[in-house]
Design a protein around this ligand. Structure first.
Ligand SMILES: C[S@@+](CC[C@H](N)C(=O)[O-])C[C@H]1O[C@@H](n2cnc3c(N)ncnc32)[C@H](O)[C@@H]1O
Length: 230
């Protein structure tokens, strides 16, 4: 992993490579759908930040049958994939796909939302930006609404983190990744992809008045949490 250019090669090969980069990617989407269906079926509005190629959307459309969706996707290439999924699912009349980043979005129709989802975007930001983004995501959750987040997130203590990283590399070798590619992939840690510290998440949710994050999945460094605004 030398660059995360969503409008270049990285975006072009995303659908193939993401399952290497994010362990249990399909399980995560499956559990995300279940979490929304279990908690939010009556939702009338949902905000999806960084839907990428839109693989997460069919599950959301099914789990939230009454909801209209606002999707913030700044990459043209990724948004094209996303638009194709919306079209294929016949969900065009329920979706507003906006070429905006979370931090520049400003007031949005339907804000605050019953459901806010942000999968694998926070780890593209430095910790200080993560803090701000978490505040922005929380602010868009309605009372009684849900926040569903996933991110790369390392264990806090160095020894456990090292063990986790060693197992992660062993997994990538097992999947056939060449040593040079693996070296480049690991060089992306803290330069292209930044761990979301779970204590930062806990702190920011509490500061914004949301419930503590409920861990829904951990697969090596890939984690997903659900929270709610009381
Ligand atoms: C790693 S991909 C995740 C895509 C999808 N959510 C998934 O889980 O596979 C990150 C996506 O977020 C978009 N993105 C990056 N920074 C963003 C930001 N600040 N606000 C909204 N979207 C952003 C990128 O264009 C890209 O499509």
């Amino acid at each position: 992993m030398t660059s995360l250019d969503f409008d270049g090669d990285y975006g072009r090969t995303y659908a193939r490579t993401i399952r290497n980069s994010i362990p249990a990617y399909d399980a995560l989407l499956e559990i995300a759908t279940a979490a929304l269906a279990a908690n939010g079926t009556a939702a009338s509005s949902a905000l999806v930040v960084g839907p990428g190629l839109g693989e997460e959307l069919p599950g959301m459309f099914a789990a939230l049958p009454e909801a209209t969706f606002t999707l913030l996707e700044p990459s043209e290439q990724m948004a094209r994939g996303c638009a194709a999924v919306i079209d294929r699912e016949g969900a065009g009349d329920r979706c507003r796909l906006l070429a905006l980043r979370l931090e520049e979005a400003g007031p949005l129709e339907g804000d605050p939302f019953d459901v806010v989802v942000c999968h694998h975007v926070l780890h593209l930001m430095h910790p200080e930006q993560q803090r701000q983004a978490l505040g922005q995501l929380c602010a868009r959750v309605k009372a009684g609404g849900l926040l569903l987040l996933s991110s790369y997130s390392e264990p806090a203590d160095a020894e456990t983190c090292d063990r986790m990283l060693a197992i992660g590399q062993s997994r990538l070798r097992q999947l056939g990744m060449a040593e040079e590619t693996l070296r480049q992939f690991m060089a992306g840690r803290n330069t292209l992809v930044f761990s979301l510290d779970q204590s930062l998440l806990v702190e920011e949710l509490a500061a914004a008045g949301l419930e503590p994050p409920l861990p829904l999945l951990q697969a090596l460094g890939s984690r997903m949490w659900l929270s709610r605004r009381p």
